[in-house]
Design a protein around this ligand. Structure first.
Ligand code: MET
Ligand SMILES: [Zn+2]
Length: 314
């Protein structure tokens, strides 16, 4: 495991908390994301709101925040008329905004007042990681195929590598601590990411999270353990897990690979967290429709006298 990830896990007693939904939280605050760029639209229209939502997650106890680049692609920005340079700058901006939120958070910790503590905000100086989000090709298509994983015959391994190549390079050089490949819908895209990390000599670690709608396979029907083994075979991948998946499926999925995971949840997921921890997970967070309240619930649950669990890591 990379030293940054170990540092975060050690500091918090063997587990770390990841943020919750970003796009849906931006929407809850009034952003209109009805656009092929989805949350990436806010990088242009409301960067302050993005920064505030990152900050809300840090104050709710998240140790790792994920940038607003999930649906930010060079191809998507170019389709809106932006130049190559402007498109790359927006990718970098997504990470810069998250880094600014981290700075603001540290400043707030420094001057934390008694009121803030009463406000139940978590203002505790600790190692915080910024992960650069990479959503799937299906997310760029914005036609629901990120939840079918069915890209048709023309979308090959090489096509996917070329699609993601420049974006991954730019994000790797953006100041992020790691890359979060999220909501991966099929095996071929996982393979494309793993090969890109090698070919491009990406020098920050990555994690891979897959989405499932049946508790056994990823959304395309490819086996989750097979997808996970692609991630595990890469030296650059420090964690493999699940996101944007109903919480009732998470424990079984974790057990099916018995490695560390990021769990992702919906309405009453907090009750599941300790089960996921017992099943071997060490990273816990939310996805679409989870909020800072969800994350502070996870924080409180995991901060209670910890259950004895064996943690595994790759
Ligand atoms: C469809 S999954 C979206 C993941 C992304 N990190 C977000 O919360 O917006
Ligand atoms: Zn999601």
């Amino acid at each position: 495991m990379s030293s940054i990830m170990s540092k975060v896990l050690e500091n918090s007693g063997g587990f770390a908390i990841v943020d919750g939904g970003l796009a849906t939280e931006l929407e809850r605050h009034g952003a209109d994301l009805n656009d092929p760029l989805w949350s990436a639209k806010c990088l242009v229209t409301s960067p302050h709101l993005v920064r505030q939502v990152h900050l809300d997650y840090l104050e709710a106890g998240a140790d790792i925040i994920i940038s607003a680049s999930y649906q930010a692609t060079i191809q998507g920005f170019r389709a809106k008329g932006l130049s190559q340079e402007e498109s790359e700058a927006l990718l970098r901006k997504s990470v810069e905004i998250a880094c600014e939120a981290r700075e603001l958070y540290y400043e707030n910790c420094g001057k934390a007042s008694v009121e803030a503590r009463h406000d139940s905000k978590i203002l505790k100086s600790r190692p915080i990681l910024v992960a650069a989000s990479v959503g799937s090709y299906g997310a760029y298509l914005a036609d629901g195929s990120e939840y079918s994983g069915n890209y048709g015959n023309t979308v090959t391994l090489d096509f996917l590598k070329d699609f993601h190549r420049r974006r991954v390079q730019v994000l790797a050089e953006s100041g992020a601590d790691l890359i979060a490949f999220e909501t991966i819908p099929n095996k071929v895209e996982a393979q494309a990411y793993a090969e890109l990390l090698e070919e491009e000599n990406i020098n920050i670690p990555a994690w891979f999270t897959f989405s499932s709608k049946d508790g056994e396979n990823v959304v395309s029907g490819d086996s989750f353990p097979e997808c996970a083994s692609i991630a595990e075979a890469s030296k650059k991948v420090v964690a493999v897990g699940i996101n944007c998946t109903p919480p009732r499926f998470i424990q079984g999925l974790i057990l099916s690979i018995k490695k560390q995971n990021t769990g992702v949840l919906d309405e009453d997921f907090v009750s599941y967290v300790k089960h996921w921890q017992k099943a071997g997970a060490s990273l816990f967070g939310g996805c679409c429709r989870t909020t800072p309240k969800t994350i502070s619930g996870i924080y409180r649950t995991l901060s209670e006298k910890s259950v004895s669990s064996t943690l595994t890591s790759n």
